[in-house]
Structure formats: C-alpha cells, structure tokens
Design a protein around this ligand. Structure first.
Ligand code: ZN
Ligand code: ZN
Length: 232
C-alpha cells in the first residue's frame, strides 16, 4: 500500500484514496473512503484479493461497493472474490464490456492472475449516471476506445477523476485490441475529459497521477500541440 492521497481542498478533505498496485501489470487498485463516515468503495480490484482485503482492515473502512472502469482482467480479477467477501454490489462498467467480464477466467492464466472469476455487475453504468459514496457523487462519462464499455468517474467539486486505462501520465490506453478504436479513444479524451477542466487530478489505471492540464501540455499522444488544438 502506498500513496495515501488527499484530494480536495482545506484541512478536512471529504474523501481519501489509497492506491494498492496489484497483479503483474501493476494495476492501480484503489480504495476511496469518506473521511466522515469511513464508507468505502474499491475501484478496479484487478487481483490479489487477499492484499486488498488486508488493506481494507488496516484502513478500518466499511466497503459499500466495487466500482469498475472497464472489463479488463487486470482491473476486475478480484472483483468476484471481493464481492463475495463483503457482500457488496459491483457497479460498472457499461454493459458493452460484458463480453470481457465473461472472459476473465479464460484469460487469467495468460496474465498470471490467480483466483479470477467472471462477473456480471449488479449495476451497469451509462453516461449521465452517478455513483455515490456517503453523499459524494461521482459523474459517469462513457469513454470508449480502449474498450467499448469503458467509463470514467469524475467528482467535479473536488476536481478528481478515476480514468482507468483511458489516459495515463504521458500516454493513453492501448487501442490494438480487436475491439479497440484509437479514434474513439482520442475523441473520448478531447471531448469528454478536457472540457471538465485543466485542474482535474486523475488517477489512471497504471502509473502515477497527473492533471488534465499537465497532459494537455506534454502528453505524447494528446497534448494540444500534438493534436493541433490552439485554444485552451
Ligand atoms: Zn485495460
Ligand atoms: Zn489496465
């Protein structure tokens, strides 16, 4: 466990986020919890359910839900075991990623992720939906391209977003899968994420955090200079 994070402003942030890198792909599983109630959601539990469960106990938080950004095994592998352990709903991604959620067991050997199970979410997410944690709402945006049903979760007041494998510090999500679409991915970033504001801090599915504004300056794929965008 590392990177206990304090989004938001002021001495008492409304929520905190702890990042737990899991799986051989070092996927950023995160636990987000309300500072006031200690109600928590586990975001993208890719694998190593035991480590995540231990972290929940150490943080002394009450898990209320599992939030998934997309259907790839490195984000979903431990979702089944964790749903069973805490008896909480799996929320997201969009239904268009169900074909990936149905293939988790089949791909677990290939990625060296143990104990992974296929899952069907208790609730799919679509554009305009909200997910809620102790009164803190996250807005849902459909951001296809990396996968067809990828969603992003944004808390505008705290200027914080979970973006999964859409956008990384300095890079963007893979689009070489048969079901991926690079143009859709770039469209998602430019037309869904950038309008939310340069100040938004994002936690990607892999690697360090950044801000949309920083990526618009120097991201190798989607900087304004790379895309020929003149106005900021
Ligand atoms: Zn992915
Ligand atoms: Zn990933």
């Amino acid at each position: 466990m590392n990177n206990s994070d304090h989004p938001g402003s002021g001495p008492q942030p409304r929520f905190q986020v702890c990042i737990i890198p899991v799986t051989p792909l070092q996927q950023n599983c995160s636990i987000i919890w309300s500072t006031k109630t200690r109600e928590a959601a586990i975001v993208d539990p890719g694998g190593e359910a035991d480590r995540i469960i231990t972290a929940v106990a150490e943080l002394d938080v009450n898990v209320a839900a599992i939030w998934l950004t997309h259907g790839h095994i490195d984000h979903v592998g431990a979702a089944g075991p964790i749903r069973k352990r805490f008896d909480v709903p799996i929320v997201g991604p969009h239904a268009k990623d169900q074909f990936l959620l149905d293939a988790i067991e089949a791909s677990s050997g290939k990625y060296g992720i143990q104990g992974a199970t296929n899952v069907t979410p208790d609730r799919y997410l679509s554009e305009g939906d909200k997910v809620e944690l102790s009164g803190i709402d996250f807005d849902v945006y459909e951001c296809p391209g990396h996968t067809p049903g990828h969603i992003v979760l944004v808390q505008p007041d705290d200027a914080f977003a979970f973006v999964g494998d859409v956008l990384f510090r300095g890079s963007v999500g893979r689009s070489d899968f048969p079901y991926s679409n690079h143009d859709d991915l770039i469209h998602s970033i430019v037309h869904k994420l950038w309008p939310l504001g340069n100040e938004i801090r994002f936690l990607p599915g892999h690697g360090p955090m950044s801000t949309f504004g920083q990526e618009r300056i120097d991201n190798a794929f989607v900087a304004d200079s790379v895309l020929g965008i003149e106005e900021r």
